[in-house]
Design a binder for this molecule. Structure first.
Ligand code: ACO
Length: 320
């Protein structure tokens, strides 16, 4: 019998502190107009000093757990997509496992920058379909503020902190859940988006360095290609998709992808205006937002897509 992995519940968490564009005008030479016109971002949340990525992830996981009605011991494993772990090791995932009081089982992090959640979801889906686990907490959690150079206006206005989680579980209904996942990376393009340091080079985390225009061009083209691949593989037309839940990097990239799909923006979940780019957390944050406010309903078809440092990119088609 073929099995699938379905999303049982979602959860998310944003730190309390809100940093507006007006606040940023006081830090660097920028303006609300520039940021809104180029990116669509109005504000973003920033983690408190001493609040690590695991703290954000634990809140999101707890919210998903509450929504699921499950007990922690009923979850078999944890996968966290993050580029900003608390320490070089251990993983954020083991901290979530411990904080939730889960039983011993697999717990590990996945690093694919902004595509990380799609990668983690794909790994979790494969582990469920292989029979290795029945239920997995899949989280995207980032404290991007810790990688920013607050003197660099070209990057510090773009990012925010937060976490989102889904509980993925085995189902006997193959028509439901994750219908396909699509993962790519082109390491030749790693220089377009990277950090200026690392544990085995400078011994520091470094700051984000981005060739914005090149990343933008690649994002528009590669998102169009991967969306086409998802449609072809699943033999569907764009009108069958109820919701596009894209990585929230830039409103212009999101709008471009929606246009390629001939989808009006009423069927696109947009949170970039309030969250900024939260890297691996952006898709599960957007998903949870639209589930909780009632836009996304059970049985609907969702297309998730992302591009990030690496370059990495990916997509997932899900019958929710
Ligand atoms: N405020 C005011 N002016 C600014 C700012 C700012 N915050 N930042 C840059 N500028 C200036 C530049 O210095 C430049 O000035 P100049 O013409 O005098 O040299 C001018 O604005 C234009 O800069 P560009 O970089 O050419 O602006 P662009 O239109 O390309 O927009 C942006 C920049 C928003 C970063 C865009 O390129 C973009 O969104 N790229 C994609 C980012 C992305 O998708 N990232 C996803 C992955 S993130 C991850 O994986 C971690």
């Amino acid at each position: 019998m073929s099995v699938s992995s379905v999303i049982r519940a979602t959860g998310s968490y944003l730190p309390d502190k809100v940093l507006t564009n007006a606040d940023l005008e006081k830090i660097v030479d920028t303006s609300d107009d520039w940021i809104v016109q180029r990116t669509g971002i109005h504000e973003r949340h920033i983690a408190a000093e001493g609040q690590p990525t695991s703290g954000l992830a634990i809140h999101a996981a707890q919210n998903a757990l509450t929504a699921s009605g499950l007990k922690p011991e009923e979850i078999d494993g944890v996968i966290v997509a993050t580029t900003t772990p608390d320490e070089s090791f251990p993983s954020v995932a083991v901290k979530v496992q411990a904080a939730l009081g889960m039983k011993p089982g697999p717990a590990f992090d996945v690093q694919a920058v902004c595509s990380g959640f799609i990668y983690a979801l794909s790994v979790a889906d494969a582990m469920i379909k292989s029979g290795a686990m029945n239920r997995i907490m899949v989280i995207g959690a980032e404290k991007m503020s810790s990688l920013l150079d607050w003197n660099d206006r070209t990057t510090c206005v773009l990012f925010g902190d937060g976490a989102g989680a889904v509980i993925l579980e085995k189902s006997e209904n193959a028509e439901n859940g994750i219908l396909s996942t699509h993962l790519y990376a082109d390491g030749k393009l790693n220089d377009l988006l990277h950090t200026s340091g690392g544990v085995s080079t400078t011994g520091t985390a470094g700051h984000i360095v981005m060739h914005g225009k090149e990343v933008f061009k690649n994002a528009v083209n590669l998102m169009a290609d991967i969306v086409e691949e998802v449609l072809t593989k699943n033999k569907i037309t764009p009108d069958k998709i109820d919701w596009l839940v894209p990585h929230q990097a830039n409103l212009r990239i999101i709008t471009g992808t929606a246009e390629k799909l001939d989808m009006d923006m009423g069927r696109v979940v947009v949170t970039v205006d309030k969250h900024g780019n939260t890297s691996a957390a952006s898709i599960p944050l957007a998903l949870d937002t639209a589930v909780r406010d009632g836009r996304i309903q059970r049985g609907q078809l969702l297309l998730l897509e992302a591009l990030g440092g690496g370059l990495t990119w990916g997509a997932a088609l899900i019958r929710f």
